[in-house]
Write a protein that binds this ligand. Structure first.
Ligand SMILES: N[C@@H](CCC=O)C(=O)O
Length: 554
């Protein structure tokens, strides 16, 4: 085992100013290791498996049961996760129960913690801007959620910018309040952003760094105490990030970090009773949690994300390239990935589809521009394709085959980027609609065409979808944009010639609309909506009028 146990202990450091801290890091960093990390990315292997720990009540802990993960590229057992089982959740329950509903800080309690979090964010943003650090996280992401270097780096950069956005005084500005004059002297109502106190965050495998960091920091900024559970397949990334955050001054008792299966996590949630749980993942689990937690939940669940190409054909190469990125980058495993393309008939006479095919065929396992699918097997995806191909008039546009010459283990999927054409009239039929709009979390999309007079049929298809996350309306025709935007609901919708469905940076609100449980991620509005509630304090201090008398009963 290459990990040095001593380095797992949290080391307390003398308080430093931001400037001395930054200088000391730059000078003391050794040539090939990082001061917070407990692993070297390339060394993680079958012969030197890495270990992922839990953090509870300020201490890193193991568990009685270790779950072994296999390398998604070659099947070697390469990471051991200390998964907490149902009998070991007590310390996590106690830890969360210690946090009162009014949180670790609020505008009337420990306001200096808003500044502390501004400071932590400044330092963490600086760390992630250092080439050695961003390269470390980019490569670590690639080991567990195989995607191209550029895609993994994008995730680190979004996280870095997000942290920079909440540096300095920006955390306290999140808790800005407002006041309205009252009815008489001494009365004023003030609206405050209040924390929930004990909260839980559950995040998926596809963005091992971006989703957990943005949600975790949002929760902390607003004064909550979170327990964080990241999908065990990728939790090694966030385990290392927790160590970076501690290095940047995050108090070790502010966050608990747990590895477990879903059943154990469910038990923890039932016993610890967090005031709010943020869940990012499948609609099936989301609906179960919404019931179990009696609605105290916010969700970023599935997305069968759509793109509509309008009648104005222009910049064909660019549009084809964006379609390729949206459908197939990260092997289609983004909640924002383009799942269906509605093409106006004017695009049919262009070479858009053949361009999309050429771009899809450039993708290769060697640089992870296509790679393993972590939640579906090859057979499951090809099976789905074959069912679609039974629909009258449907046809395979490209892909549709298993990847060859690889050592991706069979528990994971490996197919070529695939597109299936389904006629619009067939797609909307009751017996086909559910099948066609099933979200395949892999490099897979449906393509269809609509005639000039069929826009209402497209809008009907969009209306029937059950999750409304991202969308793109590719057109610079303002009347067309108006019509499609005005008749749809997706939370993050890109409109215009350069519209896309994926790649939302920290400055775009990202989240579903049309669902009161819908969460957001990234922006100040998202943080305030998800991680705080409104509290109104009405000051009414008098004085009473000079000759006030008790009035008659009413
Ligand atoms: N920024 C990512 C989504 C992150 C999810 O919460 C995207 O746009 O695909």
């Amino acid at each position: 085992m290459f990990r040095v146990l001593a380095s797992r202990e949290f080391q307390t450091r003398a308080p430093q100013t931001a400037l001395t801290w930054l200088t000391s890091f730059n000078l003391s960093r050794s040539a090939h290791s990082l001061p917070f990390a407990t692993l070297e990315v390339e060394e993680v292997s079958g012969s030197q498996p890495a270990e992922v720990y839990n953090l509870v009540q300020g201490k890193w802990t193991g568990s009685s049961k270790w779950n072994t993960l296999v390398d998604p590229l070659n099947g070697e057992p390469f990471i051991k996760i200390a998964e907490v089982d149902e009998n070991e959740i007590q310390p996590f329950v106690e830890s969360l129960s210690k946090c009162p509903k009014h949180g670790l800080h609020n505008p009337f309690k420990s306001p200096e913690r808003y500044l502390l979090y501004g400071d932590i964010s400044t330092k963490a943003a600086h760390m992630l801007s250092l080439p050695k650090v961003y390269d470390f996280f980019t490569r670590l992401i690639q080991r567990v959620a195989p995607k191209s270097y550029q895609q993994a780096l994008g995730e680190v950069q979004v996280t870095q910018k997000f942290l920079a956005n909440f540096s300095g005084d920006q955390v306290r500005f999140l808790a800005r309040s407002f006041a309205v004059p009252g009815n008489h002297l001494g009365q004023q109502s003030h609206g405050f952003r209040w924390p929930y106190g004990p909260v839980a965050i559950i995040t998926p495998f596809n963005f091992p760094l971006e989703i957990p960091v943005l949600q975790l920091m949002g929760a902390l900024y607003m004064g909550n105490k979170p327990v964080l559970k990241v999908d065990s397949k990728v939790s090694i990334v966030m385990e290392q990030m927790m160590r970076l955050l501690h290095y940047c001054g995050l108090p070790v008792e502010d966050v608990d970090f747990i590895n477990s299966d879903g059943k154990t996590m469910n038990k923890l949630l039932m016993e610890a009773n967090p005031q709010m749980t943020l869940f990012t993942g499948s609609s099936r689990v989301a609906d179960k949690l919404a019931t179990d937690l009696k609605g105290r939940i916010k969700l970023e669940d599935a997305g069968f994300d759509w793109k509509v190409l309008g009648p104005d054909v222009q910049e064909e190469d660019y549009v084809a390239w964006v379609c390729d990125q949206d459908a197939y980058a990260c092997s289609g495993q983004k909640c924002s990935a383009q799942s269906i393309l509605f093409m106006h008939e004017n695009w049919s006479s262009t070479s858009l589809l053949s361009k999309m095919k050429d771009l899809a065929e450039r993708r290769k396992l060697g640089d992870l521009t296509v790679g393993p699918v972590l939640t579906l097997t090859t057979e499951a995806m090809l099976d789905h394709m074959n069912k679609l191909l039974q629909i009258s008039g449907s046809r395979l546009l490209f892909g549709g085959e298993a990847l060859k010459n690889h050592s991706i283990p069979s528990i994971y999927g490996a197919i070529k980027p695939t597109a299936i054409y389904v006629p619009l009239e067939e797609l909307v039929k009751d017996n086909n609609y559910e099948l066609v709009t099933r979200e395949i979390f892999g490099p897979f999309q449906i393509v269809t065409e609509y005639k000039q007079d069929q826009l209402s049929m497209v809008l009907y298809a969009l209306e029937r979808m059950h999750a409304h996350l991202t969308a793109a309306v590719v057109s610079n025709d303002p009347l067309f944009l108006q019509e499609v935007i005005g008749n749809t609901v997706n939370g993050t919708t890109y409109a215009g010639l350069r519209a896309r469905t994926t790649g939302a940076p920290q400055n775009h609100w990202f989240g579903p609309a049309g669902d009161p449980r819908g969460a957001g991620i990234g922006t100040p509005e998202a943080i305030k909506l998800v991680w705080s509630c409104h509290r109104e304090i009405i000051y009414d201090i008098g004085p009473l009028e000079k000759h006030w008398e008790i009035p008659p009963s009413t």
